[in-house]
Design a protein around this ligand. Structure first.
Ligand SMILES: C[S@@+](CC[C@H](N)C(=O)[O-])C[C@H]1O[C@@H](n2cnc3c(N)ncnc32)[C@H](O)[C@@H]1O
Length: 241
């Protein structure tokens, strides 16, 4: 019997009509559908696929054992997540070895700061793995502002708000255009870094890009609490004819 394939399928930033034709075909045809979620939550990738799954689809939720309960710097964080990804890999591998294909639903693009890549590295060489690219959350975000993100030879920096404040300020000072993700509890620190770089008047916060609750706010007007799905943007102002 030939092995099944594990497909990491990018579903785009949130709107169900921003999937590729290939992603749409795979999701609608899948018998086994896996996805990550926080315990007690539906999971954003599963939400995007709502109404698309086969009536007989078998769902395989993979629930993170920790999200923000243990700091990322704590060695227990890595150990705990590593064991979790190993266990998820085993579940998918068992299905592939039984000849079953599995679709893993991924928000945005699977290879862009996504959890799927932790499965991909563990599955490589053990089972066939295929990846379907998706529109990233940041593309949804800059399109929501109605302005291009980069012109001419603008340099675009993508940073995580989890970086130290000095490092963020340095990166913001050195770039033309900017995307900052994973903001959450780091908004106050990020705001200080943007201000230290002298760019607070240019910064926008986009929450829930391409989702029904989408909101675009100048950073100056943003409140201290941001949802998980939030991106800070500074548009490039580069060379143009
Ligand atoms: C673990 S990363 C996943 C990125 C995803 N693979 C992608 O291609 O965009 C999660 C972060 O992406 C950003 N993000 C993803 N989709 C978003 C959206 N629709 N609106 C706002 N932020 C989004 C947020 O900053 C969030 O904290």
């Amino acid at each position: 019997m030939s092995m099944g394939t594990i497909h990491g399928v990018g579903l785009g930033p949130g709107a169900p009509d921003l999937l590729s034709v290939r992603a749409d075909r795979l999701v609608r045809g899948a018998r086994h559908v896996a996805y990550f979620r926080k315990a007690g939550r539906p999971g954003q990738a599963r939400r995007i696929a709502e109404g698309m799954l086969r009536a007989d689809a078998i769902e395989l939720p993979m629930e993170y054992p920790v999200t923000t309960e243990i700091p990322v710097s704590d060695p227990r964080y890595n150990a705990c997540l590593s064991a979790f990804y190993a266990e998820c890999t085993d579940r998918l591998l068992t299905l592939a070895e039984a000849g079953e294909d599995v679709v893993v639903l991924c928000e945005g693009d699977p290879f862009f700061y996504g959890s799927f890549m932790h499965l991909h590295t563990r599955l490589s060489g053990k089972a066939p793995v295929a990846v379907v690219p998706g529109i990233t959350g940041m593309a949804g975000a800059w399109n929501a502002t109605g302005q291009p993100i980069t012109w001419g030879d603008d340099v675009l920096t993508i940073a995580m708000a989890t970086l130290p404040e000095d490092e963020l300020a340095r990166r913001i000072r050195d770039t033309d255009a900017l995307v900052v993700m994973k903001i959450g509890r780091n908004l106050a620190k990020l705001r200080r870094a943007v201000t230290a770089a002298g760019r607070e008047a240019e910064a926008w916060l986009v929450e829930h890009a391409a989702m029904p609750e989408q909101r675009v706010t100048p950073l100056a007007e943003a409140t201290s609490v941001t949802p998980y799905f939030a991106i800070l943007l500074i548009h490039g102002r580069g060379r143009r004819p």
